[in-house]
Design a binder for this molecule. Structure first.
Ligand code: XMP
Length: 520
């Protein structure tokens, strides 16, 4: 049975380009590239009903890559009706092969493939290759189209792909064996632009201003005269979601900021300053540090810490919500990547990433999710446009359980204070060095050991601080960041001089895998 499409597509998709997803790891990247050209794009499953797709009025379709072979057992099929909608189509890799096969061409399954940078020779510059300097492109295929369907011209070839590109301008159908969406195809973005603007006649209107207008309208339609509530975490997602809703319904939104006392230095104050004072959003700032510390007393096991914090967060939030009264809507900062990820495959749960700030399951509310269509970088652009302070817009990811999972062993007020001060120094130096935005995360960890040192003439017996800094695209994998030695030296010497209770600084040089980013 065809899967139902996300109802939110109804407003965003008209005039945009839908990526028909055959399961390639690059499918999301195609949508991102299209959006970077300021054209809306979203993934739809390959078995979506073609009539539903037509009803969304997309200006174009891109068939994504997929498994290694159209002959593979269970290979996702292309519904030929998609090709009869009269909508321009660009097939990429598997998407081109599936299209070729559906239209009567031939795909050979001969086991000789091309992987990586490959020389491509252009045969025709009439269509998509007009004005493009083409030498190499990124390939990743074993099968190849060996005969293009009737009506198609072969426009490029490669050593193991006699049809490296093909097009039928009359029917506005195009196929490329290589991947224009990856940076290793130097002319890839220009080729996509040709498809978007010359073939599909898209307008470059997907801008932060447009997103804000659309969402404000949607939120007004959804919430009507009712009231909404939002849990702020200090992170960019909940902040942008809240500001969008505030712009739409004004003071009928109440934000609740449960300050569990496990934030970094001054972070709670920043939320208060931005929301309460600057944007004047009705804000309930719950100062619950004492309560959380009491609940965490004696807890040393990482998953237990997460459970306690998650549970207390929800209890506190519910209590506040109950005190407010008649909020029928709950605002959440769900992102497009969360939507895609929960749409299918089960990723192995390595840690229970309890999303503190998550939805209390039995609350009787309807969700408002204004970021459901946005990637993280787009959320940041919208945040900037809304005037959110730079620090909040560009904040590195910070786990819901906060500093508690960076303190190995028991979380006490004293240890929290040590870590917070050390972390502050580290952040400040990283920012000064201009590296903050280049790093996925950078932070300090407080292990549960002490070591001997000497300061002045006295022996010390104090904690070490571990510096953890990683680069990553999505936190699934990460590499330890090669921070300059002089920066490391400044961080180490400042931490030891400025933070009582610390006499040693170490650097974590573990990538993920085998390590995780956090220590707990
Ligand atoms: P790991 O440590 O598993 O972390 O490599 C991957 C990413 O997830 C964040 N993280 C969490 N976020 N609640 C959260 O909201 C959690 O319990 C949690 N644990 C880890 C981590 O900071 C990194 O960005």
């Amino acid at each position: 049975m065809a899967r139902l499409l996300d109802p939110a597509l109804a407003t965003a998709a008209p005039g945009g380009v839908l990526v028909v997803d055959f399961g390639a790891q690059y499918s999301q990247l195609i949508a991102r590239r299209v959006r970077e050209c300021r054209v809306f794009s979203a993934l739809v499953p390959h078995d979506a009903d073609p009539e539903e797709i037509r009803a969304l009025h997309p200006a174009g379709l891109i068939l994504s890559g997929g498994p290694s072979s159209v002959y593979e057992e269970g290979a996702p099929g292309l519904d030929p009706a998609l090709l009869d909608l009269g909508i321009p189509v660009l097939g990429i890799c598997y998407g081109m092969q599936a299209m070729a096969q559906a239209l009567g061409g031939h795909v050979a399954h001969n086991g000789v493939g091309e992987f990586g940078k490959t020389a491509v020779t252009v045969r025709s510059r009439e269509g998509l290759f007009r004005d493009l300097a083409v030498e190499t492109a990124w390939m990743s295929h074993r099968d190849a189209v060996v005969r293009a369907p009737d009506g198609f011209a072969v426009t490029a070839e490669a050593p193991a792909a006699p049809v490296a590109a093909m097009e039928d301008a009359r029917r506005r159908m195009y196929g490329v064996q290589f991947h224009p969406e990856v940076v290793h195809t130097p002319f890839g973005t220009d080729l996509l632009k040709g498809f978007l603007f010359d073939v599909c006649d898209c307008a470059p209107t997907w801008t932060p201003v447009q997103v804000i207008e659309d969402q404000v309208e949607r939120i007004r339609a959804q919430v009507g005269d009712e009231r909404a509530i939002c849990a702020l975490s200090g992170g960019v997602d909940s902040a942008v979601a809240a500001l969008l809703v505030h712009r739409a319904i004004g003071d009928r939104l109440t934000c609740v900021f449960v300050d569990h006392g496990l934030m970094r230095l001054n972070e709670g104050e920043q939320v208060e300053q931005a929301f309460g004072r600057h944007f004047k959003v009705p804000l309930v700032h719950v100062r619950a540090a004492d309560h959380f510390l009491a609940e965490l007393a004696g807890v040393t096991e990482p998953e237990e810490k997460r459970k306690v914090i998650g549970r207390e967060f929800i209890r506190t939030f519910e209590r506040e919500a109950a005190g407010l009264g008649r909020e029928r809507f709950l605002v959440q900062g769900t992102l497009y990547s969360d939507v895609i990820e929960s749409g299918g495959k089960d990723a192995a749960t390595i840690k229970s990433h309890h999303n503190v700030g998550g939805l209390p399951e039995d609350m009787n509310v309807e969700l408002v999710e204004p970021l459901r269509q946005l990637f993280k970088d787009e959320v940041r652009l919208v945040g900037e446009e809304l005037g959110l302070p730079e620090r909040m817009v560009w904040r590195q990811p910070f786990p819901g359980p906060g500093l508690a999972i960076r303190i190995i062993g028991e979380v006490t007020r004293e240890r929290l204070d040590i870590l917070r001060r050390a972390d502050f120094v580290l952040q400040e130096e990283i920012r000064r060095a201009g590296l903050y935005r280049d790093l996925w995360q950078s932070f300090a960890v407080l292990p549960a050991v002490r070591s001997v040192g000497v300061m002045g003439d006295s022996r010390t017996y104090a904690y070490p601080i571990v510096i953890r800094a990683v680069t990553s695209d999505d936190a699934m994998t990460a590499d330890w960041a090669r921070l300059p030695y002089d920066l490391l030296e400044r961080i180490a010497s400042r931490i030891i001089n400025e933070v009582p209770g610390v006499n040693r600084v170490a650097l974590d040089i573990t990538s993920k895998p085998p390590g995780t980013i956090e220590w707990e």
